[in-house]
Design a protein around this ligand. Sequence first.
Ligand code: ADP
Length: 173
Amino acid sequence: MGNLRYLQKAIYPGSFDPVTLGHIDIIKRAKEIFPELIVAVAHNPQKKPLFSVSERVRMLKKATALIKGVKVTDFSGLVVDYARRQKVNVLIRGLRMISDFEYEFQMALTNRKIAGSIETIFLMPNESYSYISSKLLKEVGFMGGDLSCFVPPYVEKAMKIKLHEDKCRPGIC
Ligand code: ADP
């Protein structure tokens, strides 16, 4: 605790399936605090993601191309192990609503138990993004809804293509 190492670098881990304006808001806020930020896309096959890890990384790289000091990468396994390998002591997570709190609280305390030297810092997005979730956007997109207020244009385009492919799988179309 109280270690200045905390202030140099942080990791923002998540599924980012896909990146939304809410995630981008958190990335910008974290960058105000930390000179270096690693945005780390989790390999999490049990979540059945819409986009592959490399597609998610590519979209995040595009979204953060103009933000200096941001590196986008992927990781497998426990985030605390990844953080240790990167010699990073801080994890960033976003808190949108009270509904996020219980899960995030459990995860932060579990991570602290496993790796006591790693702290989790929670940041809140601008309130206009506080209801955006990748999961809900996928449902809206699947029904043909307009996603332009929630994601960058290239993400919306990629979602439309991907969701159309999903709809047109044999047996569904
Ligand atoms: P995960 O599967 O790890 O929860 P997500 O991509 O859904 O991955 O979210 C990654 C992090 O970003 C989480 O801490 C989540 O609470 C946060 N987050 C997701 N959407 C938003 C948003 N609209 N505003 C702020 N934080 C968000």
